[in-house]
Design a protein around this ligand. Structure first.
Ligand SMILES: NC(=O)c1ccc[n+]([C@@H]2O[C@H](COP(=O)([O-])OP(=O)(O)OC[C@H]3O[C@@H](n4cnc5c(N)ncnc54)[C@H](OP(=O)(O)O)[C@@H]3O)[C@@H](O)[C@H]2O)c1
Ligand SMILES: [Zn+2]
Length: 377
């Protein structure tokens, strides 16, 4: 099911607090960082906060710079991103700034919360009940399908950030660290306790902004089973990039592959015709770099831009067979093999019959095909 790109954004003190416990909101960053946040807001389709932040901070969540709103309008987008909040209780103050500024508003809640929220808000916001409990995947799918949201900025608070990261729904984290300490054990913290599968995050940028530091992270730990995790998109995109490194051929596809451990460590990568071997396949090249007894293999994921092959003339074992033999139980791929060289190849079927879970992410198919355009007519 397609979801928007989910970007978590927060500012914290050196001791990891989002705020203190005083009546006013603690200012963690300065004008230059507020302007950066304004720019990020201007780039997204929707902004989400939890009802706790709505009650505590009474925020407006606007794009403040007129030139940024004008640029959105010039692109045919609404001046302001859709504003979204989540609540279980439906306890929302109809006089809050959130409802009386900016563009459209949406509330996601439970069946019970919907009764109360609708009573409070009337037609100020679209209220959607998601059943007896709020399901984040249903919320993201609804934003994507019904509101056309392709990018979602989440501006807290900690309860919301924690759930999205723990449920492997965050594609990116933008964290600002401010040079001050709160010290109050009752102050809200960015991430609460619980199970995180995100692994060791990948730092993609760090930037000084006045006296705060912005850090941008991507999660890298693969998902489990056939449910895609944000990191699956990251690693599959990398496999598609590797396909572009293949020496060109008129008789074989260009394919890239990455083997990733359960903790998000890259174990090996490969691409077709690597190292001067004219017939080596990407998955084969990657697996050959690992000790067959490597204990990380049974919980690893193989990412391959093209579905692993089921038959080949050039070697005794096709890649689907090599993967099965390696002990890997999960494969993520972008593109089903067309009939170009092998009629009705079904590497997916071969893997699935051997108990390997195969996940296709067709959103990446065009990237997997790009270095093969000359073979596809
Ligand atoms: N520094 C920063 O960047 C930053 C950013 C944002 C917020 N903050 C601070 O964070 C604090 C608020 O954080 P918080 O953790 O209390 O609030 P929050 O995450 O904004 O909101 C929590 C509320 O959201 C609703 N909610 C969350 N998950 C839900 C789910 N799965 N199903 C249904 N409803 C759900 C519930 O609302 P109901 O109670 O209505 O059911 C819950 O009480 C404030 O002090 C604020 O200043 C700081
Ligand atoms: Zn192959």
């Amino acid at each position: 099911m397609p979801y928007p790109y989910v970007l978590l954004s927060a500012a914290v003190s050196l001791d990891g607090c989002l705020d203190d416990t005083g009546p006013d909101r603690l200012l963690l960053s300065g004008p230059a960082d507020f302007d950066r946040v304004d720019e990020v807001r201007a780039s997204v389709d929707a902004i989400l906060i939890g009802a706790g932040t709505l009650r505590a901070d009474n925020p407006r969540l606007l794009v403040n710079a007129p030139e940024r709103r004008a640029a959105r309008e010039a692109d045919g987008r609404p001046s302001y991103p859709l504003k979204v909040t989540v609540t279980a209780t439906g306890d929302l103050d109809p006089n809050a700034n959130f409802w009386h500024t900016g563009g459209r508003k949406a509330v996601y809640t439970t069946d019970e919360g919907a009764v109360r929220a609708t009573r409070a808000l009337g037609d100020t916001a679209e209220v959607t009940a998601l059943g007896p409990a709020l399901d984040w995947r249903a919320l993201l799918a609804h934003l994507h399908d019904t509101h056309g949201v392709r990018s979602l900025m989440v501006e807290g608070g900690g309860t919301v950030h924690t759930q999205l990261l723990q449920q492997q729904l965050a594609d990116e984290l933008q964290l600002v660290v401010a040079p001050l300490l709160v010290g109050d054990p009752a102050a809200p913290r960015l991430f609460g306790p619980g199970a995180y599968q995100s692994g060791r995050l990948r730092l993609v940028e760090s930037r000084r902004i006045e006296d705060v530091v912005l850090m941008r992270y991507l999660p890298t730990a693969p998902g489990t089973g056939t449910e895609p995790a944000p990191a699956d998109r990251h690693w599959l995109a990398l496999a598609c990039e590797l396909a572009a490194d293949c020496p060109p051929s008129r008789t074989a596809f260009s394919v890239g592959a990455v083997v990733v451990g359960a903790d998000g460590t890259e174990l090996a990568r490969g691409h077709s015709r690597e190292g001067g071997d004219p017939v080596v396949h990407a998955e084969e090249a990657a697996l050959a770099k690992l000790d067959p007894a490597d204990p990380r293999l049974p919980t690893a994921t193989v990412y391959s831009s093209l579905e692993p092959c089921a038959r080949r003339a050039s070697r005794p074992a096709p890649c689907a067979e090599l993967i099965r033999g390696s002990g890997v139980r999960r494969v993520v791929t972008a593109w089903r093999e067309p009939d170009t060289f092998v009629p009705s190849a079904d590497g997916t079927g071969l893997l699935e019959r051997a108990g390997v879970q195969v996940l296709h992410l067709p959103a990446y198919e065009h990237r997997a095909k790009a270095p093969n355009a000359h073979l596809l007519g």
